[in-house]
Write a protein that binds this ligand. Structure first.
Ligand code: SF4
Length: 481
């Protein structure tokens, strides 16, 4: 994981907050997914939804408690089906495995269906370096590949791009006719450009939403049908998955197939659910001649062993916590600096890439709990963020990073003040007096001194109230008596 590059959250989020176009986009669009999700849950009934969530959680818990057993079963079934499994301890090894398969088949063109783990292992630049052209076939992924960007959102990688942005990008890259204005025309242009690649590809590369141990099946959930092309047209198929994507049996898969689309996009079911259980068999009309499943650890074992962070491996990458998070809704996905954005990214990225690289991320949360409320697996993200914060503060083993002296002094001072009511009252009076030149109508819009000035760069600070809560409370009590 040493090679992982992450941008600093603080600087990137400051840039995002100052970007008026991004702010107006986030303000307009972030509620859309939420509304669809709520409708889909209401339609099912809240009680049924909660039962499914509990089942999903129980399946994840059981599978991770018996991970070796189910991984062995998966390997056996894949090889019985005529496929090959490979284990990769880290990104380097995973890239090497995929690279060797590509080299052995003389592949020049690889079509890809959306895969977060291939983003995590930076597969595309690696393939390019060995002369293989990787082409993303999910429309959103295709757009960000053309733009040379990272995904903005787990399930909608190009959601930050307006149709004008995409029109300009296509024109620059020579996709379709110049001056495309309508979304349908852009989608058509992408379809035409991709169709030729899909037919000519030597190799298909997919992620896996789930892997089913009892049947050796990889399940893919897509809305564009591109996953089906990638798995059925090229002669060689490689599916890459984090080892936590395993479920014991098809019955368990059915639970997640109800949870995932509802939580992600508010759909009852995705447009396409593709199951791959090995290479084509005699009599099959299509399908790859060769099937490889690459199962990636890349830091997941560390999460598995940590009782406080293990739940992060329950994640089914639906993106609901991103849509609900007040921080993500202001800074967007690129500020998080690595592949996984939002609340779950703030846990997974430092845990996988090293706390020294992502030590700001656990603080990118108000701990309001909205992420846990919407999570289809009820993952306790706030608890994990607190755990990571305490690791940062203590300079714990994971990365050996200490909180700065200033931060430690500030926390100590805060603790001292909060445990001394008289000192707190005096500090409040002093604060009221000092804020007088800058407070207007209960708000401070521009604080002159740090750390408050940093806060007011992108939002207002509530001024200290004329009467503190404890006085109002005391008066209420007195009136009641
Ligand atoms: S943590 Fe929960 S809500 Fe967030 S992406 Fe994962 S499954 Fe979805």
């Amino acid at each position: 994981m040493a090679g992982v590059k992450m941008r600093e959250f603080r600087r990137a989020s400051a840039r995002a907050l100052a970007d008026d176009k991004l702010q107006s986009f986030l303000g307009r669009s972030m509620g859309t997914f939420d509304g669809a999700r709520e409708e889909a849950i209401e339609e099912l009934s809240r009680q049924r939804w909660d039962e499914l969530r509990e089942r999903g959680r129980a399946i994840k818990r059981h599978t991770l408690d018996n991970l070796d057993y189910y991984l062995d079963m998966l390997c056996d079934r894949v090889s019985q089906n005529g496929g090959h499994t490979h284990f990769a301890k880290d990104s380097d090894e995973a890239r090497r495995i995929v690279g060797e398969i590509a080299r052995a088949r003389g592949a020049k063109l690889a079509i890809k269906s959306k895969s977060m783990v291939s983003e995590e292992m930076e597969l595309n630049p690696f393939l390019e370096s060995m002369g293989v052209e990787p082409v993303e076939t999910d429309l959103g992924e295709y757009i960000i590949q053309l733009a040379g960007e990272a995904p903005f959102h787990i399930i909608a990688p190009a959601m930050h791009k307006s149709k004008e942005d995409v029109g300009e990008l296509f024109e620059k890259k020579g996709i379709g006719l110049p001056n495309l204005k309508e979304i349908e025309a852009m989608a058509d242009a992408a379809r035409v450009a991709l169709r030729g690649k899909l037919i000519a590809a030597d190799m298909g590369i997919t992620g896996a939403n789930f892997m089913v141990a009892e049947t050796g099946t990889v399940a893919l959930v897509t809305n564009e049908g591109n996953g089906r092309f990638c798995t059925s047209v090229p002669r060689t198929l490689v599916s890459i998955a984090g080892m936590e994507k395993i479920v014991p049996c098809l019955e368990d898969l059915a639970v997640f197939m109800r949870l995932l689309p509802r939580a992600a996009t508010g759909q009852r079911i995705s447009s396409y659910v593709t199951h791959v259980s090995g290479p084509r068999r005699p009599g099959d009309e299509d399908g790859p001649e060769e099937f490889h499943l690459v199962i990636v650890d890349n830091g997941r074992s560390n999460l598995l062993e940590d009782p406080d962070l293990r739940e992060a491996l329950y994640c089914i990458r639906c993106g609901a916590c991103l849509n609900a998070c007040p921080v993500y809704r202001k800074v967007g996905g690129h500020a998080y600096g690595w592949v996984y954005p939002g609340p779950i990214g703030a846990v997974v990225s430092p845990a996988l890439a090293g706390l020294d690289k992502g030590k700001e991320l656990p603080y990118a949360s108000s701990l309001c709990g909205a992420c846990k409320d919407v999570c289809p697996i009820k993952i306790n993200i706030p608890h994990m963020l607190l755990k990571l914060r305490s690791s940062v503060a203590e300079g714990a083993e994971r990365g050996g990073t200490k909180a700065s002296l200033g931060e430690r002094l500030a926390v100590k001072g805060y603790g001292w003040l909060m445990s001394r009511p008289r000192a707190l009252s005096m500090a409040r009076r002093l604060g009221r007096w000092m804020q007088w030149p800058v407070a207007r109508r209960g708000l401070i819009r521009r604080a002159p001194v740090p750390p408050f000035s940093r806060w007011t760069r992108s939002r207002d600070l509530p001024a200290l109230a004329p009467r503190p809560f404890r006085d109002l409370w005391r008066r209420e009590l007195a009136e009641e008596e």
